[in-house]
Structure formats: structure tokens, C-alpha cells
Design a protein around this ligand. Sequence first.
Ligand SMILES: O=P(O)(O)OC[C@H]1O[C@H](OP(=O)(O)OP(=O)(O)O)[C@H](O)[C@@H]1O
Ligand SMILES: NC(=O)CC[C@H](N)C(=O)O
Ligand code: SF4
Ligand SMILES: [Mg+2]
Length: 512
Amino acid sequence: MIPHHPLSSDEHYPASAGSLSESTEVNPALSNRPDKPEEACGVFGVYAPGEDVAKMTYFGLYALQHRGQESAGIATFDSNAQVHLHKGMGLVSQVFNETILEELPGHLAVGHTRYSTTGTSRVVNAQPAIVPTRLGPLALAHNGNLVNTAVLGQELIEQKCNLITTTDSEMIAWAIGLEVDKGKDWLDAAISAFQRCKGAYSLAIATPTGIMGARDPNGIRPLVIGTLEGNPTRYVLASETCGLDIIGAEYLRDVEPGELVWIGEEGLASFHWSQASERKLCIFEMIYFARPDSIMCNESLYSYRLQLGRQLAKESPADVDIVIGVPDSGIPAAIGFSQTSGIPYAEGLIKNRYVGRTFIQPTQHMRESGIKMKLNPLKDVLTGKKVLMVDDSIVRGTTSRKIVKALRDAGATEVHMRISSPPVTHPCFYGIDTDSQDQLIAATKSVAEIEAQIEVDSLAYLSWEGMLIATGEDPSRFCSACFTGDYPIQIPDPVKRSKLIMEKALSSTPAG
Ligand SMILES: O=P(O)(O)OC[C@H]1O[C@H](OP(=O)(O)OP(=O)(O)O)[C@H](O)[C@@H]1O
Ligand SMILES: NC(=O)CC[C@H](N)C(=O)O
Ligand code: SF4
Ligand SMILES: [Mg+2]
């Protein structure tokens, strides 16, 4: 049996309001919040009376593990309106076992895998976040990142909210709870609360009587709805369609930007609460973040990434012997490159399947050692060959620098690199930790300089147009701010200053 991770917490709350107020982990000091968000998460929800909702959520989270590896949690509601919560640090398989899942009874559930962006990586900040209300507890799982936490958090403290975490997600939960306590029902309360939240949020929310799914007006982060065995009374919410596949749920549709869905005894009800909805789906989800077997914009991301590789081969050909991909997420683009160029595809790097994603590790040290443990070159494939290596992105440059050296050490005579996205020049404020701008290699260096730094014989990136044409949709329907700096949701100045080089410089220039 998988051991129970020590860094975990179990909580069973009664339905009454105020049951959380005794927590000792109060952190009202917003001034102690890191001014820089540190590090997209996976969210899952299920309404299925008579089914083992905890186990379904466990499997859903297992499929969404690539979205967050720091902590995981599940909250279930039973027929007595009692919430049962278990969360802990680590992977889904480390946080849960059979015994723990059996102690999570109920007819509805939400769950979360976390990759921290606001609030440190510790158990109290693991999700779902629970908040007491007059209608019973609320459990909220959030993917995305708010940009107005400084103001919102301060307002919530003034409104006597007992914030026990340092996450933006708990703020959304409290904002809803406050509205419920003013006398509103769950839906009106959520709609009012959303008016106070600026930024990216895809939410799975559990209440004693039903679950809610919502996306911000720009739908920056994905969220899909599925049905269980085509049964119109049993629904599933998941960040990606791979979370539906694993439990045999059928994809119904996306939750639309600016839409709130309620799923309960009566079935599914939809509310379009925002006048200003305009989809700006994160293009980075399509390039790297989401799983290749997930469907977005009506096709698998595997097909989209193949298409990126084909486009890249047209834009930046090379005279080489073999094309290899950087496991995992660089592989489909490498295959696409090989198909269009006619250059044979080979496996030049073997991935240790027990090592997860390195880019989303919370510290640089963990990212560096992760790459070493993760990838090993295949000498007999590489020796004496001119190699073209395709990866989906260069962000900090940590991965590419190390791999290029390893390929040369393994006998490659030339190493060329092709990237199936444009240079990442701007940080993300909406739920992906692309670091502050000065850590982004392409923010301060030209392509020629990066080429020299990572010691490749040639380097080329896919064009911005090429990346968007491959989606087959109108480019204005995507956020691509980390490639352009054109942020679809306005970012307050102090938040900008924490991550943007220009803004930092401006703030240190004496006034006048
Ligand atoms: O320039 P860097 O800062 O190193 O980041 C970019 C790398 O990180 C990601 O891979 P990761 O290993 O996280 O995940 P994957 O296995 O899904 O490709 C991405 O696919 C690049 O390989
Ligand atoms: N990456 C995310 O979606 C993070 C969700 C939330 N902002 C947190 O830090 O927990
Ligand atoms: S800034 Fe980049 S990573 Fe962030 S939401 Fe926009 S496209 Fe995605
Ligand atoms: Mg990678």
C-alpha cells in the first residue's frame, strides 16, 4: 500500500457556519505575503449520488497530475451536509491511499493538484479551500491567479474574514461566503463575488447541495464538463478532457468564459454572468502545459503540437541527420518536424518515467537536479550524427543548456535546436510561473546570444503567427502575452513591478 504522506491534514467539518474559525493557522498579515507570486493547477469536480465520488476524484486528479505536483486535496460532501477534507503535500499517489479515500464519503466532491502561484508551497495552502457560510461549508478548487490580491485581501480582512492561508483561492472562497451570509443563494453569491476578482480563475466549487463550475470572463484557464454514462444527472468538471477519460466520462462541452454552471439534483443550469466575456485561452496550455491527449479547440493537443512542428520545419529547416524531441512535451513537435522535413525521427533522449515535470518545480535547485535525473542521452543513436533537437519552449534556459552538453558528450557532431513556440519574453501573471522577467533568457538576450549561451550550432524559434495559425482559430481568441507583453487582463502597477524589468527600473528611478 502507498504510505500516507506525513505532511497532510484531515478535516471533517460540520455544516454549521463558523466551524473553521478555530484554526490556529491564521495569517491575516497581508504585508507578509510575498509581493512576487511564486509559481496552472488541476481542478476536478463530480456530482454523482450513489457513486464513490472520492475515488472518482482521485482518478481525475491522477490524470491531472501534470498540472501541479506540489500538493493535492479532495473535499466530499455527505447527505448530512458535512464536508470531509483530506489534503497534503506531494503527488496524488503520495497524499491518498485506499483507507483515506474510504474516509471521504459523499455524493459530490471537488479536488485539486497544486502548482503554487500566490502563497507558498505548504500544506495549509493546499486546496480545496474551505470556508464556512450560513448555508454550510463551501469547498473551492482554483486554477489560475488573481492579480488584485493585495486590495481584495485587505478588503476581506476589513470585512472580518478569517483568512487562514496566503492564497488568492481562499480569497475567492471568502468573497462568495460573505455574499451567502448577506442572504444570497450560492449562485447569486458567486456572481457577486466574481465582480471583485480580477485575473484568471477556473473554479470547481462544492456546496452541500451541488457543485459549481466557473471561468473568468476571459477563460484564460481551461475547464470542461462531462457526463457519466451519458446520464444527465451525473456530471463531472475537469481542467482537461484527460480528467474525464480516466473515469469513463463523456465530454459534453467547455464551461464558457464568464459562465457559471450549477450541477445538482435538478441537473445542470448555466448562467452567463459577465457582459464582457471574450475568450483569451492561454496559448501556453496548448503548447506545453496541458496533456497531449486532451482536446482543446476541437482537436487533441497532440495534433496541434504536430502541426507546430510541421510549421517550424517550413520556417526553419536544417541540414542534419536525425530529429529528436525533448521528452515529454517536445516529442509531438519533433515528429511533426520530421514528417515535413523528411529527416528521420529518432529517440535520442530517454526519460526516467518516475520523474515529473521540471519546469513547474518551485525552486531553481530542484529544476536543475530534476533535469539530470530525468533525461539520459542514447549514445548509439547520437554518435557521429548531426542532430536537430526540438523542444516546445525555452523559458529560463535550464533544460536546453544541460541537454545540449549531454548530446555533445554522447557523440553528436552538431547540435541544432528548434523551438515550437516564439521566445518567452514576458512573465505570466495568470497562473503559470514563468518567473520574473530578468530570469527569462529571451527577455534580455537575442537569439544569437542564446545560441552562444546554450552552445548550439543553430537556434530558431517558431514565429508568433505560425504558432497561432496552427490553432486554426482567430488569434485574438488567445492570450499570448508571454510572447508579446500584450496582457489581456490589466495588471496593477505594484504587481507589474514585481516581475517586469522595465517597471522595476522605473520604480527605482528617483521621482522628478
Ligand atoms: O527553459 P526551461 O526553464 O528549462 O523550461 C523549458 C522546459 O521546461 C518544460 O519541460 P518539463 O521538463 O517541465 O516538462 P515536460 O516533461 O512535460 O516536457 C518545457 O517542455 C521545456 O523543456
Ligand atoms: N497555478 C495555479 O492555478 C495556482 C492556483 C492558486 N493561485 C494557488 O496558488 O494555489
Ligand atoms: S501570459 Fe503566457 S502563460 Fe500566461 S496566460 Fe498568457 S499565454 Fe498563458
Ligand atoms: Mg520539456
